[in-house]
Design a protein around this ligand. Sequence first.
Ligand code: ME8
Length: 506
Amino acid sequence: MSNFRVNENTDPAALVVTTPIYYINGEPHIGHAYASIAADIIVRFKRLDGCEVHFSTGTDEHGIKVARSAQAANADSYEFCNIMSGTFQNMNKAINLSEHDFIRTTEERHKKSATAFWKLLEKDIYKNTYAGWYSVRDEEYVPESEIVDGKAPSGAPVEWVEEDSYFFRLSSYQERLLRYYEENPDFIAPPARKNEVVSFVRNGLKDLSISRSKFTWGIPVPDAAPHVMYVWVDALTNYITSLGFPENKDNVSAMMRNCIHIVGKEILRFHAVYWPAFLMSAGISLPKRIFAHGWWTHDGQKMSKSLGNVVNPFDTIKNYGLDQLRYFLFREVHFGEDGDFSEKALQDRTSYDLANDIGNLVQRVLAFIQKLGGFLTINYDFTPSEKILFDNARELVGKMRTKIDKQDLHGALDTVWSLIAESNKFVNDMKPWVLVNTDTLRLNAILTVLCESIKAIAFGISPFMPDTASKIFGFINTRGEAFIELENNFTDQKFPVPIPLFPKEK
Ligand code: ME8
């Protein structure tokens, strides 16, 4: 069985990956870029691996938070959304997000989907009055017991709300949810976060208020004016809107089974408790996995507008380079844990891991081939030590696959960097420059295996650093479109002149 084939247990037609859809009350920042790049890395890996992937992202445009931001900007809510959603679409271009569906909750297709979804929940909905605390910043109802010093656990201010509201019978899903977590141990990851969710549900679920009747910026509850849907019901539905709901419910349900939601840890409860309960009520399959990633601070401090320390992805990319940022975010911390962003750490990663490790390997091997005239007579007749490197290169993608399937993005990069280190050591040990005048056959075999290793490395970094990978593919006359190309041997050929991948002045 080849290493490069699609996983047998992965239905190639139905893989779905999602990012959160972002509130547009402010400009995109590095945290938004992080979640989106994470999803993009998984998507790119799976596409290279031969899977068809549906990738969705977008903007969450309803609710009091956005309505108030529009008011503060003296703008009409919808006009405000158009402008702000545009900045998120610009971010997607800036971070090189691969082909995706960008969904806005103000789009007609979504209103239709949320309305149809609400109707599927109706047997679990009843009308009552909500009287309690609400955090606009978190768009979340906060139980009295969680209020600390007059604030939500997140530190956000709360306000008192008392109004007619529709409720969802969340309490009746407690046992079913607990059973589902038990029977599907990988449904929520990482495990520590899963334990938090399980204990939250064990502590008892209260019915959830799912409509608001004192403001209008939302999707109307069917036949129930003046109620609009609670923004989280509206927002979560985006995932199935993007899959074509309400058309082809069965197909949407089948695709959901192979769906991975990437979310930040602060919104895990919405995705791992409320969303599955809604889906159970609607008769739609639950996603395959909800992965909660950690949060970034900046130079040790929480990022906030009031502190003025929010890291802007556009400026960071301009100053340090896109692939450098994409690499840094997934190398610096384990995906799932919190991390601290600093310009110094980003520069260090660029100098050591990128310029020194991979940049140097590619340059020293390919510039050396140029010294020999740029033409390589390929030789696959390997000695045992050459064969070890060859096998490791050919096994790289298979090793990465097991990590990527667990969303272990850091571990996947680790395997690539081991091959880079092994290859650099191989050059040092084999000293090809000594062989130039003594043993052309060995020299050709050594350079062949190094080109094989560089090819595997380029494929390995491609989901993380697509521009850098495509430069390397260009240097070694490889298309770089699918892992299956790793099975092809090189043939005698002329190599183009390489240019340094990470020049020092960047
Ligand atoms: O919660 N570090 O939108 P949002 C890492 N609209 N990631 C961060 C981050 C940080 N400092 N700050 C934000 C919402 N994020 C809802 C989601 S989904 C149906 C609705 C990322 O604009 C992280 O992924 O507040 C987080 O979950 C997301 O941005 C929240 O974006």
